[in-house]
Design a protein around this ligand. Sequence first.
Ligand code: ADP
Ligand code: MG
Length: 429
Amino acid sequence: MTVTTPKGYTAFSADTIKGYISGIDELAERVGGDQDQMETVEIGDGNLNLVFIVKGPVGSMIIKQALPYVRLVGESWPLPLKRSYFEYHALTRQARTSTSGARVPQVYRFDEAKALIAMEYLADHIILRKGLIAGIEYPKIARDLGLFMAETLFRTSDLHMETARKKQDVALFSDNVELCDITENLVFTDPYHDAEMNSWTSPQLDRLALALRQDRDLKVAVQVMKQKFTSSSQALVHGDLHSGSVMVTQDDTQVIDPEFAFYGPMGFDTGALFANYLLAYFSQDGHAGKPGERDDYQEWLLTTIIDTWQVFEDRFRALWRSERDGILYPRALFEDQDDAPGAEQALTHTLRALFCDTLGFAGAKMIRRLVGLAHVEDMGSIEDPDLRARCEANALSMGRELLVGRDLFSSMNGVCEVARRIRMEGTRL
Ligand code: ADP
Ligand code: MG
């Protein structure tokens, strides 16, 4: 397939982006000065898009522009520019629904024809994944992301939205076909068969990677989760909420890059985040200068998982009680008939289902990062392949436990116990 560039679109360079900005008053004013005073650099370390930092005498901004193909792979893998439209619409919805704090970069301008978003430059923040690899603790992150997930997910769900608005928004995002298709294949299918682009630390992980293809319970479990992904439009999910989509300082947390957004299962976001904390957890043994050096940090990661879920659950409960005014579980059936306990019972049931989904999706997300197409730097930056393989094998075991055993866990504490046990015992290669 060849890439056809839509009319009106050109991919900018660090040089040509200056002319674009100076041609649009609201952007030019924000940056200040003329083109000669503008400093621009392309920093896209991501897999898909161009990202420019633009600085001028007055201010700065990020310009994120979609390319008509997957940057990681090249022009042989076309990908539509409209993903930037979904990213823009997701950013505006997240900004509106996450009221406990401004958790997404402010959008300055969306240009649909150029497939670009001008947004706030988070100059002091670093990508969370880099912080986790460096062993840095973030005291506010559990609270910030727990609240963010509860608010964005609850408020875009049928628990809060009115039917016409919900359907209209589902229709808008349901056109994000190609990015959903990527997830459907890369997360839920490719790791479990001989897909061309799979890779793993070889030969160390060969036995475990190939065993996935014969693991019937696992294959069934991952398809059960895939069905939830394809058929459940519970809420507007970020769709790619890993530690590379979070930017942090010691006192702020920002969520970026929601181009995979669509109406899907809530547990897909919560699961993605916990999967990445767990990948970070198992990778620490490869980053410890001497054995035990990262023990405290590993415990911090587990505590963060527990705290995040607690904050999430508390906020979800509060919203259930105060903003449950959508399609589902109407008050007419419960509170209005003097049956508040009925609503509480339904809440407990809803959270339990969400917890199990979270674990199932977390397991699937872990496994694909170990034997599928795109791996994580947490593991990739461990230079010694034998050491890396041992970390990855533990993470693989954890992924399987979560995916197959998602209904058997009673709490996040229990999940963390299993993680500790797997790490202590070590997975046989
Ligand atoms: P992609 O979709 O191609 O993965 P991302 O949105 O993840 O692109 O952005 C790629 C990188 O650009 C991020 O890892 C981050 O380093 C940087 N970046 C993106 N948005 C911002 C922002 N608003 N402020 C500062 N840096 C950003
Ligand atoms: Mg991206």
